[in-house]
Design a protein around this ligand. Sequence first.
Ligand code: NDP
Length: 446
Amino acid sequence: MDAALEKVHEEVLRRNPGESEFHQAVTEIFETLSPVMKRHPEYAEQSILQRMCEPERQIIFRVPWLDDEGNVHINRGFRVEFNSALGPYKGGLRFHPSLYLGIVKFLGFEQIFKNALTGMPIGGGKGGSDFNPAGRSEDEIMRFCQSFMTELYRHIGEYTDVPAGDIGVGGREIGYLFGQYKRITNKWEAGTLTGKGISWGGSLARTEATGYGAVMFTDSMLHTKNQSMDGQTVAVSGSGNVAIYAIQKATQLGATVVTASDSSGYVHDPDGIDLDLLRQIKEVERGRISDYADRRGGKATYQSSGSVWDVPVTVALPCATQNELTEENAKTLIKNGVVALAEGANMPCTHDAAAAFKEAGVLFGPGKAANAGGVATSALEMQQNAVRDSWSFSYTHDRLEQIMTDIHDRCVATAEDFGVPGDYVMGANIAGFTKVADAMLAQGVV
Ligand code: NDP
């Protein structure tokens, strides 16, 4: 990082104390921007970076709700509307007990560049709550979502801010959130939330899009080395939305996925994960990954310690959560011969893990490029809502595939242009950043 960037970087960290994940995301971007700031002095003259690091609006609110026994609970709700240079704020809602402002801001900051990379007219935002849905009844989840939306509704809308799902927020929660939005506003405004059910404004292929897109991106990276997903042995972490559809697409493309996990442990299934069984346990029964090994039998084993990254594989797809893959994990993967990694989750690799992969020459697809298929398909859902249409699965899938190819190629071309061929982190950061920076310059000091 050169001296001018370092000064701005220090100031951003100072102004946002105690937000380690936000610091990590900001540092990761700043470390790649020296060449672009040299080429475009107007960005520094207009304080583009300082403006980008300060959210346009941050909303924090109380979410009171009653459990099934009539006890009152209080959670904290967040929505960070980070940047609207390219379109309405767009980004998911996360319900997880670890959530606080620093995580929402890291996710919202990443989202700005990711959304820019999709080529769609969407700005960046993120939100959620420290509510823990684990072990809660259907009624409790519904009451929580209704209370959350009773405040959030006044801040969102199809031309303002369009939330979607993330960890702990899937189709069920989006349904309750949409129902309450409609009830309060008396408007059937489908374009206000994405990830909706197919019969009421949702898009086919949205559920699959993030996981599918991450595997499509990996396949494109492998093609640059005359390889493909076909024949690869793959480790996937997580067993939620992104993980399940990453496993499905990798298997469709001829790979063998040998792991899945949740926050309690992981399974190793050398014959390949049985996706029907995994979906039954995780999507239908909302059970634990440990049930998988018991019911699968054969060579499948469950481990409550260690991690999926201990298993020898050629492709790694972290699809659970931030900082789940450490430098030590990276060294194990590299020793075991990993050739490619794509971040299905947001910032799953620690700073040092990412550096180790770079050093070892592993193809490394950063989240803001590799997992952009989800938000891109959300933008396709918004398009369908705007013209009151619904497209077929295959049409939407093909659009997703084209978008992922375009993102990949844009990363490659930008990295080459800036003299760092094959560096997808530099390519993604610079391509996303310049698109937003140019729009901000054009729109004046706002
Ligand atoms: P889900 O809630 O569907 O699944 C999350 C999975 O990760 C679960 O298996 C969960 O296990 C596991 N997990 C969560 N927190 C932890 C933790 N602290 N330690 C270990 N495992 C954990 O979420 P998604 O699949 O939607 O999201 C996964 C990641 O992908 C997130 O980083 C998200 O931001 C990112 N992402 C998601 C998009 C989407 O379209 N859904 C789009 C782009 C990125 P458990 O059930 O035990 O908690």
